[in-house]
Each structure stands twice: as structure tokens, then as C-alpha cells.
Ligand binder design. Structure first.
Ligand SMILES: [Zn+2]
Length: 349
């Protein structure tokens, strides 16, 4: 079944249930985004707070000057196919994707990976806002590598890297959630992503509906997915996964850790589908279920146009960096919102 057909089939099923649709044809209900499962804190690669500095970097502005708020919301955007002739409501044109990158840049968003978000490893200039760009299903419209070794210009990766070259301070990066034999079997694609500090995440080997599988099959889907990635990009550390169709397995814990055939896995972050910005990693982001926003310009409710407008209208609710990766700055009135400093130094002002 093609991805479009898969989406269509799920759309019909979900329509009967009367719930809002998200990307990957997934149901988005009020409870889909949250979980009450106790979950261990995500591991963090953040170094211990520094108390001295000997660098000659330009001075970092006072957090109050840039309205720093590292307890604010972070949009995690979700993309699928990129095509000049969209046939499914999940498709997007290259022009639409370019326009969204321009908007993000103009509004001072800077990309971080999903793994960086869930671990609080957000090292951005003062006054800028993190955004996570995620791509599901590893289609050839997302990544193809040309003979010269560069991404083909009409792919999502080609557009993103070209935009990054034109705007070096944009910090072009993204997270690609891949299935088996990703990007039409172009083996150079995963290696390119890994070599260029993009994140490669798991999306199961066969784009399985994990809710329909038993425990062993869920674990096999994830272990074989990771093994396939590492076979091509041996250094890749697969730290996050995205649920195909947004559907959890019956044992939700299997999306965080498990083993099959002697190989174990552990994910710091599990990406949901829809339909709101993610909390800050310092303000209660739950790695067991990270909400994403479907990229779009109003064709569906609560898409990226809706939420970027909303965040622009409510700038105090948005995550704004203080420019100091080892310090968590926020207005003093929000101090109750600090849930986990992740080893950084809290700085209410
Ligand atoms: Zn998918």
C-alpha cells in the first residue's frame, strides 16, 4: 500500500471515530498527547554548569534585554512528502517548504534536533527560538544524493541545505524518521545525514501500526529499524522515534526501551502526531510523548501557520534562548514552571 493510500484508509477509519486528524493519518484526541506513565528523565549530554569563562566571545546580553524565557513553548514541525503536484493533503510543495523556512528565519527561529530538544541540549544565540523540523517516512522526495555527493536541490534536504548556505546563522538541521531501505534505497542518504549532524530517528522497519502488534513484533520492528540504520551509518546514535500513524503499542513502555534477538534499544523521545507546541525540556516536556505540529498553511486545523501565528501573538509563551547553554533563564514570575534544570543553572530574573 502506498503512503497516500495508507493515509486515505486511516482517514476513513478515523473519520468514523469523529476525532481530529493529524499527519501520518493519525488520530489526535485530547488524550493522545499526554501520558500518565512514570518515565525516567531523559539522559542529557549537557556538561556541568561552568562558573568561569576564559573565552573572548562577545558578551552575552542580559536575559531581560532579550526577554529570555527558556520555560516557553517549542514548535516541533512535522513534514511528509514534498512534491510540485500535491495529491494528498499530507503533501507540500517545495515553494511552501521554502516559504516556511523563510518565515521561521525571519521570526528568529533556529532549528535544533528532536534529540537535542528532549535532552535540553539547546545551544542557540540569545533572543532566538528553537524549532524542530521532523520528516517522516523517508521518501525520495525528502533526501536524494546527487553524483557529486550533494543533496539534490529539489529534495527537502536540498532546499534546507541551500537555505542554510544562504543564511549561515540559520543552523540548518533536522530529524529524519526513517523506515527500512530509506530514501528509495539510496545508501548514501543516511551516511550524508549522519556526517552532516542531522539526526536519524526510528519510524519502524515497515511503518507498522504498533497498536496491532504483539510485544515481540513491536520490539522486532524497532530493533531491525535501528540495525538497518547502523548498517549504513555505523556511528549513528538513534535516540528518538516517531510513532507510525501516531499509534502506540499496547505496552507503551516498549516505545522507550526494549530488546529483541539480543539487541536492546532505548529512546529518549517518542514523537506524537499533532497538534500543539511542545513544552520546554525544563518545564515538563515528557519524552514519552512529544507533540508535533503538522506543517501547513491552513488546510487543516492547528497546523504550523496557526501555531506560528499564535506564538507570534503570545511572545511571552514562546521559548526564547538566553544565549548561555549552561544557564536556564526565565522571568521570575514563571519560576513555578521550572520542573527539571537538567544540570543547568536556573536564572530567574
Ligand atoms: Zn509515517
Amino acid at each position: 500500500m502506498t503512503i497516500g493510500a495508507r493515509h486515505a484508509a486511516i482517514t476513513v477509519a478515523i473519520g468514523l471515530l469523529g476525532v481530529v486528524l493529524g499527519g501520518c493519518g493519525a488520530p489526535v484526541s485530547g488524550t493522545e498527547h499526554s501520558t500518565t506513565e512514570p518515565v525516567a528523565s531523559s539522559t542529557s549530554s549537557r556538561p556541568a554548569p561552568r562558573t568561569t569563562t576564559t573565552t573572548t566571545a562577545p558578551p552575552t546580553p542580559d536575559p531581560a534585554e532579550v526577554d529570555a524565557n527558556e520555560l516557553g513553548l517549542v514548535p516541533v514541525l512535522m513534514y511528509h512528502q514534498l512534491t510540485p503536484n500535491p495529491v494528498s493533503e499530507y503533501d507540500q510543495t517545495p515553494a511552501e517548504f521554502r516559504a516556511e523556512l523563510k518565515r521561521l528565519y525571519r521570526e528568529d527561529y533556529r532549528p535544533v534536533t528532536a534529540a537535542q530538544l528532549v535532552s535540553g541540549d539547546i545551544d542557540l544565540p540569545a533572543g532566538t527560538h528553537p524549532v524542530v523540523l521532523t520528516f517522516d517516512d523517508s521518501t525520495a522526495s525528502q533526501v536524494r544524493i546527487a553524483k557529486d555527493g550533494d543533496p539534490k536541490p529539489d529534495t527537502a534536504l536540498g532546499i534546507l541545505t541551500a537555505f542554510g548556505q544562504q543564511h549561515p546563522d540559520f543552523n540548518s538541521t533536522a530529524t529524519f524518521y526513517v523506515n527500512a531501505d530509506p530514501f528509495a534505497g539510496d545508501r548514501r542518504a543516511l551516511a550524508w545525514l549522519h556526517d552532516n549532524d542531522y539526526e536519524i530517528g526510528a519510524h519502524t522497519s515497515t511503518h507498522a501500526n504498533l497498536g496491532s502488534l504483539g510485544s515481540a513484533d513491536v520490539r522486532r520492528e524497532l530493533v531491525s529499524n535501528i540495525s538497518g540504520i547502523k548498517a549504513v551509518a555505523p556511528g549513528a546514535n538513534v535516540r528518538t522515534m516517531a510513532l507510525p500513524l501516531g499509534i502506540f503499542p499496547n505496552d507503551r513502555g516498549l516505545t522507550r526501551r526494549g530488546s529483541w534477538n539480543g539487541q536492546s534499544y532505548r529512546f529518549d523521545g517518542v514523537m506524537l502526531v499533532g497538534a500543539e507546541p511542545a513544552p520546554s525540556p525544563f518545564a515538563g516536556l515528557d519524552g514519552a510523548g512529544v507533540p508535533r505540529i503538522r506543517s501547513g498553511e491552513g488546510r487543516v486545523k492547528f497546523d504550523s501557520a496557526y501555531w506560528l501565528d499564535w506564538l507570534a501573538k503570545h511572545p511571552k509563551r514562546r521559548y526564547t534562548s538566553d544565549g548561555q547553554p549552561d544557564v536556564v533563564s526565565f522571568p521570575r514570575r514563571m519560576a513555578d514552571g521550572l520542573v527539571d534544570d537538567r544540570g543547568a543553572e536556573p536564572n530567574p530574573y
